[in-house]
Design a protein around this ligand. Structure first.
Ligand SMILES: Cc1cn([C@H]2C[C@H](O)[C@@H](COP(=O)(O)OP(=O)(O)OP(=O)(O)O)O2)c(=O)[nH]c1=O
Length: 199
């Protein structure tokens, strides 16, 4: 039974939810993703997750809970979203090469319990990446639709030395924290966890 609407075009988010037993109706939304002047990265991702969830709720006819989410890479307080083109992607990877950065993923869920939200920070350490690797990586097609221009779940795994935090959050949805929000909204997870935690 479908118990959740996913306000997202991201196949990763749909697959991550399926992995904990949550099938969704998909309702992509189109919101303005321009940061506000002086907006802190954390405030920005939280606002976008909320706006996606609310835009989804406004579009659907049913009263299903609606989940919106946003992921950004942050380096020295600068928000790195999706690359505009190859040059931009290369510049992002040069900036991340040989250092640690943070990945922020916010999740918001509308429902009977009101609008619930959370934001998860994961620290990702990358080894140094050569110019040749940067150019070759673009050709894989992977960077184009990913925050920071890389995919930890893909070829970029060979660049990532260590993470501290949530792997699933880097891929697009922190599963532990998301499960807690969904249970508070009464959404059933895999069958053994129907009423887990917050019943
Ligand atoms: C850092 C990183 C990001 N990503 C993805 C997660 C997000 O899908 C994407 C960041 O863009 P988002 O704007 O968060 O999401 P989206 O445009 O894919 O989907 P929607 O707005 O419709 O919900 O980057 C990875 O898949 N792997 C990674 O290692």
């Amino acid at each position: 039974m479908i118990e959740l609407c996913l306000a997202s075009a991201s196949p990763r988010r749909r697959e991550l939810l399926a992995s904990i037993g949550v099938d969704v109706d998909v309702q992509p939304v189109d919101i303005d993703e321009t940061p506000l002047r002086g907006e802190a990265p954390r405030d920005y991702v939280c606002r976008l997750a909320r706006e996606k969830a609310q835009a989804g709720a406004d579009l659907i006819a049913s009263r299903l809970p609606v989940l919106g989410s946003d992921t950004v890479v942050v380096r020295d307080d600068e928000i790195l979203g999706k690359p505009r083109d190859q040059r931009h992607a290369a510049a992002m990877l040069r900036n991340l090469s040989g250092r640690a950065h943070e990945v922020l993923t916010a999740v918001a869920v509308t429902g009977l319990a009101g609008l619930l939200e959370t934001c998860v920070t994961t620290r990702v350490s990358m080894r140094e990446i050569t110019e040749q690797e940067i150019q070759a990586y673009w050709m894989t097609g992977e960077p184009a639709d990913k925050a920071g221009g890389y995919a930890i779940q893909g070829f970029a795994a060979i660049f990532i030395e260590r993470i501290e935090g949530s792997y699933s959050a880097v891929v697009g949805l922190p599963l532990f924290d998301t499960a807690q929000l969904l249970q508070r909204q009464g959404v059933a997870l895999w069958s053994g966890a129907l009423n887990g935690g917050f019943a």
